[in-house]
Design a protein around this ligand. Structure first.
Ligand SMILES: [Zn+2]
Length: 255
């Protein structure tokens, strides 16, 4: 790795933290019909409007030790987690794919997933406007910077993702939300059909493992619906970064 590439990684980490902070705002406000540019964020408990330095990603949370400066109410760790996660994944994207179209596509994927993560955890909702915006962006990227795989793989992925989740939604009678179905269609555009199926498998696996663990330690109540979005995020990211090696490993096992 060259000096310049190290600098780009650091730069992407910082950019990721900053846009991650914006994705928090988008994920929190868009589903309830609020503007994503104005007004500035405020403490949900006392209404204190955050000053410029209180909006600095990660650092402000650490300086304030996770509490509102005025009323000392606890700030949700969701915000710094999304900022840090976006920053780390932006840097990792470049580390793995360097100067290729895949890096760009991955930055878009991480952005989409960050927003979905926030709105799904908060409202159990995946906004259509976010999905539409990213569908347009992904198609544009696919046209401009053709990544390595053939173009039809993206469309096959979209159809596979949508159809699979649609069938499961019908069979499970509402166990899978409409937002999840549409999201998998969009993910298919990025992942291609093989990695879409893998992402779905990994989402279910992590959901079963982590959901089961949460039940055992009494973190969630049985019968209370759990958002599936965070597991989709986990599955899709893993499929993108490790998909190739996982599919290869599986093929060797069955072959
Ligand atoms: Zn407050």
């Amino acid at each position: 790795m060259t000096e310049v590439e190290r600098l780009v990684m650091l730069y992407l980490f910082l950019v990721g933290c900053i846009v991650g902070s914006f994705y928090n705002v988008v994920g929190l406000r868009l589903p309830v019909g609020e503007s994503i540019v104005k007004p500035r964020s405020q403490c949900p408990v006392c209404g204190h409007r955050l000053s410029a330095w209180e909006l600095v990603p990660l650092l402000s949370y650490m300086c304030l030790r996770g509490r509102c400066r005025v009323c000392r109410a606890v700030i949700s760790p969701l915000y710094p987690a999304v900022e840090l996660g976006t920053g780390l994944l932006f840097a990792l994207s470049f580390y793995v794919y360097r100067w290729t179209g895949d890096t760009l596509l991955l930055l878009v994927l991480v952005s989409l997933l960050a927003i979905i993560f926030v709105s799904d955890v908060r409202y159990m909702l995946i906004p259509d406007r976010v999905l539409l915006f990213f569908t347009a962006l992904i198609l544009l990227l696919r046209l401009c910077f053709l990544p390595s795989e053939p173009w039809w793989d993206a469309f096959l992925g979209a159809i596979a993702g949508f159809a699979l989740l649609y069938i499961i939604a019908i069979v499970s009678r509402g166990g899978m939300g409409g937002g999840d179905v549409k999201l998998f269609g969009v993910l298919g555009l990025i992942l291609g059909w093989q990695h879409t199926l893998l992402a779905f498998f990994l989402s279910c696996l992590s959901g079963a493992l982590l959901g089961g663990a949460a039940l055992v330690i009494g973190k969630v109540e049985r019968r209370k619906p759990v958002p599936f979005g965070p597991f989709i995020v986990l599955g899709a990211i893993t499929a993108y970064f490790f998909g190739e090696s996982l599919v290869e490993w599986y093929m060797r096992r069955i072959g």
